[in-house]
Design a protein around this ligand. Structure first.
Ligand code: PAF
Length: 279
């Protein structure tokens, strides 16, 4: 595996590659990321991964400095997966001057759910993803459904800018007890780790009730959040949305069988977990 940090060197290396499959990451790789690499391999060749902890998507009170950086272990894992190039730019490589041009998602998609609790987050994500795409020039790029809103926003961005990159969605990789794998799980104490699967169980229960014909969406969301609170969580949201655009669903759309997804973000101790489930 070639490890490349400069944009120029990456361009030289990738010249003439028309079927590149790309997996952008912020490192601290776990089985969830590796499953994205495997999916990438099925959709293109060669596979390029990136590791870049993107300052633009962290708020002033978020964990940019503390974000786990485990480069040597990450390299070993990517090598085992047969990744061809790891693009690992420094901040100077990727942002040699202040990144003043930004990609701002539309408010209805970018300022709801995660965007409401993490202002500017998606602008940081779309800006870096656009820049990484410009460097790697992939034919396809893989994003996990774990970050459902991110996936939807990037998919819409690729469509509206007519990017030559197909966005592939990967299923969420879960531990045996249902907890979605995430770099942030490492912050959980043993007691919190034992409690954490409740988030997925709650989503499963909400999904089940919707499937069984429960139409009072607001009540369902409130009940689910109350259940989490009772068990020591601080939920930011549990929200049932339309899969197509992540907007709220009307009663009429519910009756017509609109495709839905339930999304959640909640803090357990100091750790903020997100998860979602298609209904
Ligand atoms: O999902 C992530 O790890 C990041 O948001 C991404 C897509 C690599 C952009 O920094």
């Amino acid at each position: 595996m070639k490890i490349i940090s400069s944009i120029e060197e990456l361009r030289d290396q990738m010249r003439g590659q028309l079927r590149t499959a790309f997996v952008p990451t912020m490192g601290n790789l776990h089985e969830g990321h590796l499953s994205l690499m495997r999916l990438a391999k099925r959709h293109g060749d060669p596979v390029v991964a990136s590791i870049f902890v993107n300052r633009l998507q962290f708020g002033p009170n978020e964990d940019f400095d503390k974000y786990p950086r485990t480069f040597a272990a990450d390299v070993e894992k990517l090598e085992k997966e047969g990744v061809y190039v790891l693009f690992a730019p420094t901040e100077k490589d990727l942002y040699p001057e202040p990144q003043e041009f930004r990609i701002r998602p539309p408010d209805d998609l970018g300022n709801t759910l995660e965007g409401e609790f993490r202002p500017g987050f998606f602008t940081g994500v779309t800006t870096v993803v656009m820049k990484l795409f410009s460097c790697v020039q992939p034919r396809v790029a893989v994003f996990g459904k774990k970050d459902y809103q991110q996936l939807m926003i990037i998919r819409n961005m690729a469509k509206q800018f007519a990017l030559p990159t197909d966005i592939i969605a990967a299923e969420t990789f879960r531990a045996d007890d249902g907890l979605a794998l995430s770099s942030r799980n490492m912050y959980l104490s043993p007691e919190e780790r034992a409690e954490a699967p409740r988030l997925y169980r709650t989503l499963t229960q909400v999904a089940e009730e919707v499937r069984n014909g429960q139409r009072n969406i607001a009540a369902l969301e409130q009940e689910a959040m109350a259940q989490l609170r009772t068990n020591g969580w601080q939920p930011d949201y549990i929200s049932i949305r339309k899969r197509s655009n992540l907007q709220m669903v009307t009663e009429a759309e519910l009756v017509q069988g609109e495709e839905l997804v339930v999304l959640a973000a909640a803090k357990l101790g100091i750790t903020r977990l997100i998860d979602n489930l298609e209904i």
